[in-house]
Design a protein around this ligand. Structure first.
Ligand SMILES: [Zn+2]
Length: 86
């Protein structure tokens, strides 16, 4: 068995697949909790572009509202965290 050709084909196939389906693009960022002030790393999925969502703080478990923006390549451009009640 030779490896080269088949792995290239598999890579190409993977690219085709990711064009058709929503691929997860995790951007790891350090954020600060607006409640307890703890900083922690969180993986932010930018495959859907900019969005607002809620995620519980890793430390104090209160709901942090994330507002994110991403460019066309899925690179995270903006991360804002705030309290839910604002
Ligand atoms: Zn917290």
């Amino acid at each position: 068995m030779r490896g080269g050709e088949s792995s290239d084909a598999a890579l190409e196939f993977g690219r085709l697949l990711s064009g058709q389906h929503t691929s997860v693009m995790l951007n790891w960022r350090a954020v600060q909790c607006p409640y307890c002030g703890e900083a922690f790393d969180t993986g932010i999925d930018t495959s859907a572009g900019g969005q607002t969502y809620t995620e519980d703080c890793y430390v104090c478990c209160r709901p942090i509202v994330f507002r994110i923006a991403a460019d066309a390549d899925g690179n995270l451009t903006t991360v804002e965290t705030r309290r839910e009640e604002d």
